[in-house]
Design a protein around this ligand. Structure first.
Ligand code: HEC
Length: 279
């Protein structure tokens, strides 16, 4: 009996460190299906400690959180199919969409606390050393176990996560796909744009809102000279002092090709201007 009371007390003290009311909303095809706080999530799977290479700070850090796939499987059950994407909304306007296959292939964690008494914050070296609160939830990948993820840097590491929506990207963003037919390069560029740019930028009003609209009413390639646009994508701070946009600093051999394809995609979108939905 005493044991139960003591462990209940320890648990209460443990949980009282967090704002238990911090909710994480889960949606299916845009409709809310459930809301969970940290304590409720821990009923699905026990939180654990995980050390990763923190790509924003470029050093190892240890966090406390839940294996993401266990949570997703419990919540979405047989809806969690490999042709779908998880569309994540963060309170700062960042909106990445990450294919379900990536969660099936690599270990990821939804963390809610730093270990070693460190604050649950980071300094984002990629974004002009911006100081960032991570709460309520931060998605991280075990890039020590899977070194190929380390090369991808900060991609797919969203913080300030408020909601997760299981949806197919095509259904979510019909106005962002390139016109049919488009060149192979523009189609590849769309895949790269989805991954590296639509997290922050809208096309015809669809996408993240940390950056600016790039197609409507005037497409960025109509006012930005191509050679400067390519340089901007690779290294924005070489053009604009103190800019908050991070460069596409991928550790890959074909970065030039990726940038070319993204520009081809943007050029193709000139022919597909659709009035954005009013907010
Ligand atoms: C983390 C968020 C973020 C990501 C990712 C991002 N951008 Fe940006 N982008 C911004 C912000 C913020 C600005 C405004 C920066 C400024 O004016 O200093 C911006 C500005 C721009 C501009 C200048 C637009 C104008 O009219 O001034 C272009 C072009 C652009 N981004 C293209 C891209 C492309 C292409 C990608 C993908 C390779 C990308 N961005 C990825 C945040 C982002």
């Amino acid at each position: 009996m005493i044991k139960i009371i003591v462990s209940a007390l320890i648990l209460t003290i443990f949980w009282s460190q967090y704002t238990i009311s911090e909710q994480l909303t889960f949606k299916l095809n845009g409709k809310i299906i459930s809301e969970y706080n940290i304590m409720q999530l821990s009923n699905i799977v026990k939180p654990l400690e995980i050390t990763i290479y923190e790509p924003h700070e470029q050093k190892n850090r240890t966090y406390f959180g839940f294996p993401a796939l266990a949570i997703l499987k419990d919540i979405y059950k047989n809806h969690l199919m490999s042709n779908k994407d998880l569309y994540i909304t963060c309170s700062d306007g960042y909106k990445p969409s990450i294919p379900v296959v990536k969660f099936l292939k690599y270990d990821s964690y939804l963390v809610f606390k730093s270990s070693n008494n460190e604050k649950f914050t980071i300094v984002n070296k990629n974004q002009n050393n911006e100081f960032v609160e991570l709460k309520p939830y931060f998605l991280i990948w075990d890039n020590l176990k899977h070194p190929e993820l380390k090369k991808q840097g900060t991609y797919d590491f969203p913080y300030q996560i408020e909601s997760i929506d299981l949806i197919s990207f095509q259904d979510k963003f019909p106005k962002m796909s390139p016109p049919v037919p488009s060149s192979e390069s523009a189609n590849s560029g769309f895949i790269a744009f989805r991954k590296y740019c639509s997290t922050c930028h809208t096309i015809n009003g669809e996408g993240g809102s940390k950056g600016v609209e790039l197609n409507y009413p005037v497409n960025v390639t109509e006012y930005f000279e191509e050679k400067w646009l390519k340089l901007w994508i690779e290294n924005p701070s070489s053009i604009r002092f103190n800019t908050k946009m991070p460069g596409l600093n991928l550790d890959i051999d074909n970065i030039e090709e990726v940038i070319n394809n993204i520009v081809e995609y943007l050029k193709a979108m000139k022919e597909k201007k659709i009035t954005p939905d009013s907010k």
